[in-house]
Every structure is written in C-alpha cells, then in structure tokens.
Design a protein around this ligand. Structure first.
Ligand code: AAO
Length: 493
C-alpha cells in the first residue's frame, strides 16, 4: 500500500483543505491536470458532527457520525462526479479517512447527513455502531477514559483521543464496517487514503482492515492496483510509539521534515547541512515517507508545533517548498490553505478553529480565480503559486535521477543537480552569491522557472545560459524576493 497510484509522470499531491467537491472537480480540469499534479488530498468525506459553538470549525470534520458521504463539501453525487472528472484528467483523489473514533463525548445531535448520534450512550445508528463497538474500561484504564500519557502505547491506542469515542478495531464487525466504507470510496474511484490518527490504532488492526480492501476501480486503474495509503503517525523521536511500527504496512507522514526545514530557512541551522538531508536526519526511508512543509494542524500550531513555515511567511515558505520539490527525498504533498484571522494571546492563536470561507448560511464559498491565476475569496491556493507549480513540474521532469553536483558556500547558499535533467540554486543567506557552477545540464538556454514560465518556446522570466562544459553563471542577491534559480530540460529554449 506504499506505492503512490499517480498517473505516469506525476509525483506530487496537494491538500485542498476544506474545498467543496465541485470546486475540486473544476480545479482538476482547469489547473491540476494541465500543471502535472498527481492528485488531491480531500477533507474527510464522511458525515460529521455539526459544531455550532464555535460556529462550524474545520475540526468538526474529524468527528464522524456515519460513513454516509454527506458533508459541507458536498454529497455522494458531488463526490462521485468530482472523482470521475479528476480521474479523466489524470488527477487522483486521496480521501482523508477518520476511523479511530467517532464524535467527542457527552453530547448528542444530528450530523451533516441527518443521522442521529449520541456519544453518551455510544449510539451511531447511521453506521450502525453501538456501545459494544467501542473500547471502554476493559481496554483503557485511565480514570476518565482519555489519553493523557503518550509514553504508554496501550493508553494511546485504547483510550480516547481528545475524548472522542474510540472504536474497537479488534472486533470483526468494526473491521468489516470500516473496510466497507473504504471499499465504497474505492468503488467510486479514489486512488488511496490518508488515515487520520493512525498512531492511535494498533498496527495489527490497521493491517486487518487493509487486508479487506479491494483493488482500485478498473475504470481508471490497471487491474490489481492496490490503494496508496499513508498513515498519520506523529513520531518526533520522543515517544515509545515509532513510525517504524507502521512503515511495514503503508507510508507514514513525516513530521520531522517540516520542523527541521523551518530551522534552516529561519537561520537556526546552516543550509549547507542539507547535503545529507533524508533518513540521516532521523526520518523514515524515502520510500516510506510522505513529506510536507506544513499541514492543516501544524500551520495552526496544533501537533508537532515548533513553528513550521506557512503561507504567512511567503518568502521562506516558497524557498522551503522549492527545496522540498527539488530534493529526491519522500513523496511530496503541497498544502493549500485558506486565510483566517489569527488572534494570538498567551502565545496561542485563539482563532485556529476557524472554518473555511463561507456564505451567510455557512455553506463553503468557492475560490474565485484572478487574472494572474491566484485565488480570491479568502483562499490562499499555495498550489497555484508560480514558484510552487513550476517546481511540481521540475520534480516530474527529474524523477528517477539522483542528487549530484552539490555545492554550498559553507553557509546558507546551496545548489545541486538532479542528474542531467535539472539544477537549482538557493541563496537563503544574508550575502549575495556570484558564482560559476557545474549544472550537469547540456549546453543551451534554459528558463529560470522561479522568476517566470516557459511559454511557447520562450521565457517570461530570466534566462540561464549553460556552456558546453555544463557550467553556468548565477548571481542571486540576498535581498531578492525569490532568491532561488531553478532550471530543467522541460523548460529549455
Ligand atoms: C476538538 C477539540 C477537543 C475536543 C474534541 C472532541 O479541540 O478539545 O476534546 O474536539 O470534542 C482535530 C483538531 C482537534 C479537534 C478534533 C475533533 O485538531 O482539536 O478536537 O479535530 O474535532 C494527536 C494525534 C494526531 C491528531 C492530533 C490533533 O496523534 O493524530 O493529536 N491529528 C489528527 C488530525 C487532526 C484531528 C484529529 C487527528 C482527530 O490531523 O486535525 O483533530 O481526528 C503530541 C503527540 C501527537 C499528538 C499531539 C497533539 O505531539 O505526539 O501524537 O497528536 O501531541 O496533542 C511537541 C511534542 C510532540 C507533541 C507536539 C504537539 O512537539 O514533542 O510530541 O508538541 O503537542
């Protein structure tokens, strides 16, 4: 389940956090397909609790009520239509699936699809699940049934994450039901899953669920293709539960990546050390990792905080993302966010709960698309930033090559080739660089895809001339808004 199920030549997904299904379908057709994205991670498609205090936070989607496919993003027909249209333009859909738990405790109500739920009596008739499908006093021994001690693996797996009703995945009925949900998504044509809170489930239970999964829908995939699965396991190295317990099963999300990268681009650790970037840094093997600069939690200071970079610091964020997409390590995911009014006091953002841009009736607003291709209506659309989408294309072009011709200035300026296909120079330092470097590329004129695009055989930004000996001259002022130059054979004049 560790093989990304991208269409050939595509290697990066984007998380269109809280987008509506109909907007994602349009985005696949008008942008993601043509720009070479592999796929989209979508917000959880399963019916969730409606939280009104605070009013409709994004977090409500992590409290499932049933596996009916009705959320603020749309209903099952919308989901099916999106999956079909995206697959048609070679863009895959990866569903965020939440099956460690159901809703938070001590309440009851009606979900986004109209199903009743009651976390006091543990009744979820929309599935159906009832009290004996959940872990309780026999499995979890903490006083209030919640997780308090991350140093106790049993507690982390059998007690309640944030007080939410903890499914008993040791039971066949629960395994069958969860697998039934995932198989339903597979029948609709999804390409795989991001598994929420995987650390809170026993590896053996996950395997038992995945063993029940069907191969992907042959309308879009070759027969025998297994879903691509990546597990949300937060392992920063300081707890007894290790990502390595899960990498034998599927990929894991790499939370060390964003923290270490932020240290470099915030000038706490010289970029020259990135020469050894990868599993040497305490991270999983390249083929076991899904990597990202920030995700929907870390950009809000939830889980793994340590100040990752986000769109709020665009200059460093772009540099970090450019490095990520140029470097061979890991399977890459680009975050795509919406803006919210941050409200910091006591070092905490009291508005981190805020949901996506919405209309008066709380329905999700569609992103508007501006003439310069950027998004409006509160959507950031990092995936549409030129420096980012051009590096998604760079990664597609250089895939399969290794990192060669490493250069650094002993400080914060670095450069490297990807075989004889691409070359990048990053000046994250405070002084200019003016250097002649071996690019590994053949002679010719290349477009710098950071300052512009390659369009109809010419460059809208700067050009780089590579000589017969593979060398080229690079001058990058430290004060530049984009102190990076990237060239590749797909953008050669
Ligand atoms: C909301 C309310 C709760 C309420 C609950 C139920 O906020 O107060 O009890 O409803 O009514 C999201 C939100 C939650 C929200 C939830 C449900 O973030 O605030 O709760 O929806 O609406 C752990 C898990 C990880 C999880 C993360 C949030 O391991 O799986 O907590 N992430 C996923 C999703 C996330 C979602 C859920 C799961 C729930 O991505 O969006 O929650 O479905 C340590 C542990 C981590 C642990 C963190 C967080 O990390 O290692 O495993 O993550 O703590 O507490 C240092 C440490 C590092 C530590 C880190 C962060 O760096 O070195 O070890 O700090 O503190």
């Amino acid at each position: 389940w560790s093989n990304p199920t991208c269409a050939p030549g595509r290697h990066t997904i984007t998380h269109l956090f809280e987008w509506k299904w109909s907007d994602i379908a349009a985005e696949c057709e008008r942008f993601l397909g043509p720009m070479g994205y592999c796929g989209v991670q979508i917000s959880p498609p399963s019916e969730n609790r409606i939280v009104t205090n605070p009013n409709r936070p994004w977090e409500e989607r992590y409290q499932p009520v049933s596996y009916n496919l009705v959320t603020r993003s749309g209903n099952e027909a919308d989901l099916r239509d999106m999956i079909q249209r995206c697959n048609k333009v070679n863009v895959r859909i990866y569903a965020d699936v939440v099956f460690n738990h159901m809703t938070g405790s001590g309440a009851s109500g009606t979900g986004t699809g109209g199903s009743h739920w009651d976390s006091g009596t543990l009744s979820y008739p929309g599935v159906p699940f009832s009290a004996w499908d959940f872990n309780g006093g026999t499995e979890c021994s903490t006083g209030d049934g919640g997780i308090h001690n991350y140093n106790d693996p049993n507690e982390v797996r059998n007690c309640r994450l944030l007080g939410m009703a903890d499914l008993k995945l040791s039971k066949d009925y629960v395994r069958d039901t969860v697998a039934g949900y995932l198989n339903h998504l597979i029948s609709l044509g999804v390409a795989g899953f991001r598994v929420d809170a995987a650390k809170h489930m026993w590896p053996g239970d996950l395997r038992a669920v995945f063993d029940r999964l069907h191969d992907l829908n042959t309308a879009y995939f070759t027969a025998g293709t297994k879903p691509f699965i990546y597990l949300e396991v937060i392992d920063l190295g300081n707890e007894p539960i290790k990502a390595a317990e899960y990498t034998g099963i599927a990929r894991v999300t790499d939370f060390i990546y964003g923290i270490k990268i932020a240290e470099v681009f915030r000038h706490h650790n010289q970029a020259k050390w990135l020469r050894t970037w990868g599993d040497h840094w305490g991270m999983p093997n390249s083929n076991d990792a899904v990597v990202f600069i920030d995700n929907h939690d870390t950009q809000r200071g939830h889980s793994g905080e340590g100040g990752v970079l986000t769109f709020y610091e665009p200059r460093s964020y772009k540099m970090a993302t450019e490095f990520m997409l140029a470097h061979p390590y890991g399977f890459t995911r680009v975050m795509s966010s919406y803006r919210w009014n941050r409200d910091f006091h006591d070092g905490r953002d009291h508005n981190s709960w805020m949901g996506p841009p919405h209309n008066g009736d709380m329905s999700i607003k569609s992103p508007s698309i501006q003439p310069d291709m950027s998004c409006g209506n509160g959507w950031i659309c990092e995936h549409r930033w030129r420096q980012i989408y051009n590096m998604v294309a760079f990664r597609n072009v250089v895939m399969g090559t290794t990192m060669t011709n490493w250069w650094d200035n002993g400080d914060y300026a670095i450069a490297f080739s990807r075989g004889n296909r691409g070359f990048i120079v990053i000046n994250a330092g405070t002084s200019d660089i003016n250097v002649n470097l071996q690019t590994g590329l053949s002679q010719g004129t290349y477009c710098d895809v950071i300052s512009g695009n390659y369009e109809n055989g010419s460059c809208t930004g700067n050009e780089v001339h590579v000589g017969g000996d593979g060398h080229a001259h690079f001058h990058i002022s430290s004060g530049s808004e984009d102190p990076v130059i990237a060239i590749h054979i797909g953008a050669k004049k």
